[in-house]
Ligand binder design. Structure first.
Ligand SMILES: Nc1ncnc2c1ncn2[C@@H]1O[C@H](COP(=O)(O)OP(=O)(O)OP(=O)(O)O)[C@@H](O)[C@H]1O
Length: 246
């Protein structure tokens, strides 16, 4: 069991010259939560993840992970971040990529990485450059999970997966939270897909928080599980329309 950590965003702002990518973002995410990070293109989702991971420095404000402030430029312990570009060494084989990740990480579960790659039906002797986009993502997701993180950041992890692979990855992430208590932040444009296994909504629009709340508060007991996807999608759409997004 790897315990998750709570995540606290305190007044986080980020500007790129004249662009205000994030404006005073506040959120408190409990340990073990799975957060659906949602917003239109350019809403600030990737910027926020990079700040949480310590890769980007906020212009102001701070991020606390398990009560400890993130120091930009310093590696955050037990955090895995799958960026949208899924950086893997293209000339390596999958086996070489597994070994390289092992060397770079103290907490590492090689057997788990190999199980996940086998479950995706990927030959570990294949070169990364010879993998399809979806297979490339499956390897990147396997490496991210096998680092046994307490905090997992996934930027559109399912964007290039086929429907079966999407379901497999969704189940995998649900198991991860259930078995390991991993706190997860997951961005996606397919809101309905997030309803089943996320339990917190963080909706951004033009860098500002529109909603940060537990799903339970949104849905209430009266909405059956089977209708959650539609209800969540409608809710997000209506809130974005209210914000002037359409
Ligand atoms: N390195 C950068 N330099 C300048 N502007 C940037 C940089 N990174 C992001 N931005 C701007 O910050 C804003 C937020 O971008 P970000 O990539 O965080 O949005 P996003 O919600 O992840 O979008 P998408 O859904 O399209 O991936 C955008 O206006 C973008 O142009």
């Amino acid at each position: 069991m790897v315990d998750g950590v709570d995540l606290c965003l305190e007044n986080v702002s980020k500007s790129f010259r004249s662009i205000n990518a994030l404006v005073e973002v506040e959120a408190a995410i409990p340990s073990g939560a799975t957060v659906a990070l949602v917003g239109s293109n350019g809403a600030g989702k990737s910027t926020l993840m990079s700040i949480i991971a310590g890769i980007l420095a906020p212009t102001s404000g701070r991020v606390l992970i398990g009560g400890v402030p993130v120091q930009p430029g310093r590696i955050v312990d037990r955090l895995s971040y799958l960026t949208q570009d899924r950086p893997l060494y293209r000339n390596f084989t999958v086996n070489e990529m597994i070994r390289a990740t092992q060397v770079l990480n103290t907490d590492w579960d090689e057997a788990y990485a190999r199980d996940l790659i086998a479950a995706a039906d990927i030959d570990p002797s294949s070169r990364i450059r010879a993998l399809s986009g979806g297979q490339h993502s499956r390897v990147a997701i396997a490496l991210a999970l096998a680092r046994r993180p307490s905090l997992l950041l996934l930027d559109e992890p399912m964007s290039d997966l086929d429907p079966i692979a999407r379901r497999q990855v969704r189940d995998l992430l649900s198991d991860e939270t259930r078995n390991n208590g991993t706190t997860t932040v997951l961005s996606s444009h397919i809101v309905s897909e997030l309803a089943d296994h996320c339990d917190h909504l963080l909706l951004l629009h033009k860098g500002r928080v529109v909603v940060s709340t537990a799903f339970d508060r949104l849905f209430g007991a009266e909405v059956p599980r089977s209708e959650r996807a539609t209800v969540l999608e409608d809710y997000v759409l209506n809130r974005l329309i209210e914000e002037g997004a359409a």
